[in-house]
Design a protein around this ligand. Structure first.
Ligand code: PHE
Length: 454
């Protein structure tokens, strides 16, 4: 492919890394990772997660960015070039995944706005115990109007940013938020660790009990690896398509994966010591972060200031991830169907809002409405995307690049990277032989065997 002079590009190399890290770092790190670790044996989950990141996450991240820059297309267009024929479906799978994820992601994104409002209004100040906090959260997620309003506001914010375009709209946000979020997490960790009884949380989180590594832990860690790194649906293909030829893909990918993993690990450190110190259970499910952090803030001087700042940053982190989800859908309709950006964004936003309403109500009004093996709509969307669509997307990306298109046709995309560690060769080997085999084994086990033998 030749450089396409008309296509927008990132303002700077840092712009790309920050925006890609902005896509990766989000609710997945601070909301989802801790509660999944809490439900899946703590340290055992963390260990499997980190293994997934190294042998699957990083290689597929590189593959997606390579595909994006090579084709300079949205995922659907990219697969028409590198895959052709039925392979084009992989791109559509990604667009659908982006759309589905957004329907429930914006619900939790709405929680961050709700908690920001609660910190500003002083409602969080009344919390003195974990029971208070649990009650506040339970009442919040059971209120249909609050849920729908905040879900709407979160989508509105996302739509607003995406309408303004790639470099201008997205880049600006990622630059400030990451360092501040990092500092806030460190402050929370120090507070959590100095609470009496925190050491039990450290043991739970960092001292693995290998007998807890079950097939369920493996599949959930794998799904979380794809979700947290924004992989398997073309978000990184889309971002890579705006990357300039001069930029280094390998080293950028290592940085993005590194930042994302560090933020996830730090979030757990901010949460588990406190959970054990106040006697909360780590198996709280999706409410874990929102239940425990207000308690930690209540034990800090100027806690409401920190709480406000934290929920503001969490909101922005969620927003930069949501932008990349919507971006995949929007890039498809603008690139392939010739729609204007505004029309694409507004239509997608409207549909996501409507399809997300049952997810917003899944903890209250619709909590007894079960679909697909006894799951709520919210859980169903989560399982469908993280456990099925993203890993399958990742498998197809690796196979298409490795076998259909041929890695040799894209290796020159890594020319800007120079290093003496044979990283390019290791990557090529992994993408061709290691990642597909492991992914196929796990997907077959869960998708086929587990369905037939309950
Ligand atoms: N990685 C984002 C997060 O951790 C979520 C996301 C998934 C974004 C898939 C884009 C694609 O919050």
């Amino acid at each position: 492919m030749t450089d396409n002079p008309k296509r927008e590009q990132w303002g700077s190399k840092l712009g790309f890394i920050l925006a890609a890290a902005g896509s990766a770092v989000g609710l997945g790190n601070i909301w989802k990772f801790p509660y999944l670790a809490g439900e899946n044996g703590g340290a055992a989950f963390v260990l499997v997660y980190l293994v997934c990141i190294v042998i699957l996450g990083l290689p597929i991240m590189i593959a997606e960015i390579v595909i994006g820059r090579h084709t300079e297309k949205d995922p659907v267009g990219a697969f028409k070039i590198i895959g052709t024929g039925p392979w084009s479906l992989v791109g559509y799978l990604g667009v659908a995944a982006g759309f589905f994820i957004m329907t429930y992601y914006s619900v939790v994104g709405g929680w961050t706005i709700g908690y920001l409002v609660k910190s500003l209004s002083g409602a969080l100040c009344s919390i003195t115990s974990s029971a208070d906090s649990e009650q506040l959260f339970a009442r919040f997620i059971q209120s249909p109007w609050e849920m729908i309003l905040y879900h709407f506001l979160f989508i509105g914010a996302t739509v607003g940013v995406v309408i303004f375009g790639v470099a201008g709209g997205i880049e600006r946000f990622s630059k400030i938020i990451m360092p501040v979020l990092f500092i806030l997490l460190i402050i929370l960790i120090i507070r959590g660790l100095t609470l009496p009884g925190a050491d039990a949380g450290i043991r739970f989180y960092l001292n693995p009990d290998f007998s807890k590594i079950t097939p369920k832990v493996i599949i959930e860690a794998l799904g979380q690896c794809f979700f947290s790194l924004s992989l398997g649906m073309g978000a990184m293909i889309t971002y890579g398509s705006y990357l300039s030829r001069k930029d280094k893909i390998l080293s950028s990918s290592i940085k993005i994966v590194g930042i994302d993993s560090i933020v996830a690990i730090l979030s757990g450190l901010a949460i588990f010591p406190a959970v054990f110190a106040v006697g909360m259970t780590p198996e709280k499910g999706p409410g874990l972060t929102f239940n425990i952090l207000p308690v930690v803030f209540s034990r800090m001087p100027y806690g409401f200031v920190f709480a406000t700042l934290f929920f503001l940053l969490l909101f922005i982190a969620a927003l930069t991830s949501a932008i990349s989800l919507v971006q995949v859908v929007v890039a498809y309709v603008t690139d392939e169907k010739g729609w204007s950006r505004a029309r694409a964004v507004l239509t997608a936003g409207g549909l996501i809002f409507l399809l997300g309403i049952p997810a917003a109500l899944s903890f209250g009004t619709m909590k007894d409405v079960k679909i697909f093996f006894g799951n709520t709509y919210f859980d169903f969307m989560d399982i469908l995307t993280s456990i099925y669509m993203l890993p399958i997307g990742g498998l197809l990306i690796a196979v298409c690049l490795g076998y259909k298109y041929g890695l040799h046709n894209t290796m020159h995309e890594l020319d800007a990277d120079t290093n003496s560690f044979y990283l390019k060769e290791i990557w090529a080997f992994t993408i061709k032989y290691i990642s597909p085999v492991i992914l196929l084994a796990i997907i077959l086990y869960f998708g086929v065997y587990k369905m037939i033998v309950p």
